[in-house]
Design a protein around this ligand. Structure first.
Ligand code: SAH
Length: 249
C-alpha cells in the first residue's frame, strides 16, 4: 500500500500559528521532513525519532532538492504517512510546487495544507498591514534572491516601483543594497518607509526600520540576518503609530 505525503505549511514560526490540521498531522505522521525555516519551537514539537532534516547541513551545504524529492517518494512507497513541513506556506517561494509535481509524476497521493506566509504575517507581527485603504491598493510578493544560474533578473524592479503598492521581499537580506538602489533608480521616493522583520513571530523577533535610503545602514548596524522579510511602502510607517500598544510576540 502506497502511503501519502502532506505538503504542510508551518506558518511563520510561533507554534500557536500552526493550523489545527498541521498540528494534528505533526502528531500522526510516521516521518516529518523539514528544514530550519519552521523554527526551533515547531520542529521540537516532533520527537527526534520521527524527523529528518533536509535543510542546511553542517558545513553549510544544502541538501539537494533531488534528494528530498527522492526521499518523499521512497517513504511513501514504503507505505509511510509523510509530512513535508515547510516554513510559511508550501507554495510561496518554498519549492512546494516542484515537490507536488514530482509526487504526481510518481503516482504518490498527496495533500496540500496551507500555512500563513511570512510575507503577510511578518509585516503584521511588526504592526505593518500589507494593505491599507489610505496607502495602497496592491501588494507584490517578490524574491530578493533569485536562482544564481539565471542570466537575467526576472524581477522587474522598475515595474514594481511603478505599481505604487506595497512590496514584500522574501530572501531579501543579502541583496538589499542592490534592489533598494534599483527602486531608487526607477524613481521611487528615497524617503519611502522600509522595515525588515527578522525571525517574525519567533521568541527573538527583531524589527529594523528605515527608508529606502537608510535601511542598508540600519541592517548593517543591527546585523539583521535571514530569515527576514522586507516590506517597502507607506504602510511600513504604520508601525510607529501602533507599536506602543501592540501585544503578543
Ligand atoms: N514558504 C515560506 C517562504 C520561504 S522563502 C513562506 O511562505 O513564508 C524563505 C524566506 O521567507 C526567508 O528568507 C524570509 O524572507 C522569509 N521568512 C520565512 N519565515 C520567516 C520569519 N519567521 N520571519 C521573517 N521572514 C521569514
Amino acid at each position: 500500500m502506497t502511503g501519502k505525503v502532506y505538503l504542510v505549511g508551518s506558518g511563520p514560526g510561533d507554534p500557536e500559528l500552526l493550523t489545527v490540521k498541521a498540528r494534528r498531522l505533526l502528531e500522526e505522521a510516521d516521518v516529518v521532513l523539514h528544514d530550519k525555516l519552521p523554527g526551533p519551537e515547531i520542529i521540537e514539537l516532533v520527537p527526534e525519532a520521527r524527523r529528518e532534516d533536509v535543510g542546511k547541513r553542517a558545513g553549510g551545504e544544502w541538501t539537494p532538492q533531488e534528494y528530498t524529492n527522492r526521499r518523499l517518494v521512497e517513504l511513501a512507497n514504503e507505505g509511510k504517512t509523510v509530512v513535508r513541513l515547510k516554513g510559511g506556506d508550501p507554495f510561496v517561494f518554498g519549492r512546494g510546487g516542484e515537490e507536488m509535481e514530482h509526487l504526481a509524476a510518481n503516482e504518490i497521493p498527496f495533500e496540500y495544507v496551507p500555512g500563513i506566509t511570512a510575507g503577510i504575517a511578518g509585516p503584521g507581527a511588526a504592526g505593518i498591514p500589507v494593505t491599507h485603504r489610505d496607502h495602497n491598493s496592491s501588494v507584490s510578493f517578490v524574491t530578493g534572491h533569485e536562482d544564481p544560474e539565471k542570466d537575467e533578473s526576472a524581477v522587474d524592479w522598475g515595474a514594481l516601483a511603478a505599481t505604487g503598492g506595497t512590496l514584500v521581499v522574501y530572501m531579501g537580506v543579502g541583496k538589499l543594497p542592490e534592489y533598494t538602489r534599483a527602486l531608487r533608480d526607477a524613481g521611487m521616493d528615497p524617503d519611502t518607509p522600509v522595515a525588515l522583520i527578522e525571525r517574525a513571530t519567533w521568541p527573538d523577533q527583531r524589527v529594523a526600520v528605515g527608508t529606502l535610503d537608510t535601511i542598508v545602514a540600519v541592517r548593517d548596524e543591527m546585523e539583521i540576518a535571514p530569515p527576514a522579510i522586507t516590506v517597502i511602502g507607506e504602510v511600513a510607517a504604520t508601525r510607529e503609530r501602533v507599536v506602543e500598544f501592540m501585544e503578543g510576540r
